[in-house]
Design a protein around this ligand. Structure first.
Ligand SMILES: O=C(O)CCC(=O)C(=O)O
Ligand SMILES: [Fe+2]
Length: 330
């Protein structure tokens, strides 16, 4: 997450809202091979499916903090480009999810239009696995910082993947190879802008509840608004939703559906959503940033631990994702 400077520029996260009981894991300890850190990480991924990763006092972590501060400034310019410019770089689903997703094209739980926009920057174009997606100059002039942010994010994801594999008694590189960044995938760097919520009619979700499609998500929040589902609750329960309190110099990490598939349901891809920001924070626009890792296209999606069904189809990640998308549509 961002340094304290970005937090100090915004209204504080209030103390009187219910927050998620989220674990904090130190990247420094994880990188130095601490068994305790890797065990706590694994337990958090099994339990809540979310944890905070403290980037402090770690070489890559501190680089990330600096890059995140810069990217929040850049992101503001990008997300405030005129509508006419953004539309030229709009995504084209289901053919391509890269580019701008305009505000209001999806629905929330109450069947009202969503209140967020995003921009997806594909890993493949950014690191040269394929040609770069069409981009406005406001982004092309900052490609080097996006690329170094992504490279550092890959290193963090690798540390997480190794910890999980080790805890499962699998070869340490198991999940790293399934998400090899040098191979094509749907991995993206995502910039998100959710509208401020000053009026009573804004006191609703911006982004509908969902689980992440991919393997691991690294999120940077400064303003509150992210909510996760409490254990054993359904989205409709009145006390189901817990705010995540963003912390300076911490990433929010969550497991996606692919990790659940590979681990035969041991890990938890928890449901989450963007609600209006709590307290006075709702009066300001909410920018967030993330890297959404996905398996490489040809990775096998077979379950790797426990009893897997004998007749299980050996789908590639690409086939598995298409199948899931079709099911979602239905
Ligand atoms: O912006 C956030 O805090 C959450 C975004 C999110 O859940 C997503 O992009 O999948
Ligand atoms: Fe998400």
């Amino acid at each position: 997450m961002a340094s304290r400077t970005l937090f100090d520029a915004l209204p504080p996260f209030p103390d009187n809202v219910v927050t998620a009981p989220i674990q904090t894991i130190s990247l420094k300890e994880l990188s130095s091979g601490s068994f305790d850190a890797s065990k706590s990480l694994f337990e958090a991924c099994r339990d809540l499916g979310f944890f905070l990763l403290d980037l402090g006092d770690d070489v890559i972590g501190e680089q990330l903090v600096g890059q995140i501060d810069q990217l929040f400034r850049i992101s503001r310019d990008i997300m405030h480009l005129p509508k006419e410019v953004k539309i030229q770089y709009a995504h084209d689903p289901p053919k391509s999810f890269l580019g701008f997703k305009p505000r209001g094209i999806a629905k929330t739980e109450t069947n009202q239009p969503d209140r967020f926009e995003w921009f997806n920057l594909g890993q493949d174009g950014l690191i040269g696995n394929e040609s770069l997606q069409p981009l406005p100059p406001t982004i092309t002039e900052h490609l080097p910082i996006f690329a170094s942010f992504l490279r550092n994010g890959q290193a963090v994801a690798e540390a997480i993947n190794v910890a999980i594999a080790t805890q499962l008694n699998l070869p340490p590189q198991t999940f790293v190879s399934l998400q090899d960044p040098a191979k094509k995938s749907g991995t993206v760097v995502r910039l998100i802008k959710a509208d401020a919520s000053p009026e009573p009619e804004h006191l609703r979700t911006s982004m509908i509840h969902h689980t992440d499609f991919g393997s691991i998500t690294l999120l940077v929040n400064v303003l509150g608004g992210l909510q996760i589902l409490a254990k054993s609750k359904t989205p409709e329960d009145p006390d189901a939703w817990l705010y995540v309190r963003p912390q300076p110099k911490c990433l929010i990490v969550n497991m996606g559906d692919a990790m659940v598939k590979w681990t035969g349901g041991i890990l938890n891809s928890n449901t989450h959503r963007i609600n209006f920001a709590p307290g006075k924070q709702r009066f300001v626009e909410r920018l967030s940033l993330g890297i959404l890792f996905r398996p490489e296209r040809n990775a096998s999606m077979k379950t790797l631990v426990g009893e897997s069904a004998h007749d299980e189809e050996d789908l590639t990640a690409w086939e598995w994702e298409v199948k899931k998308l079709m099911a979602l549509k239905r």
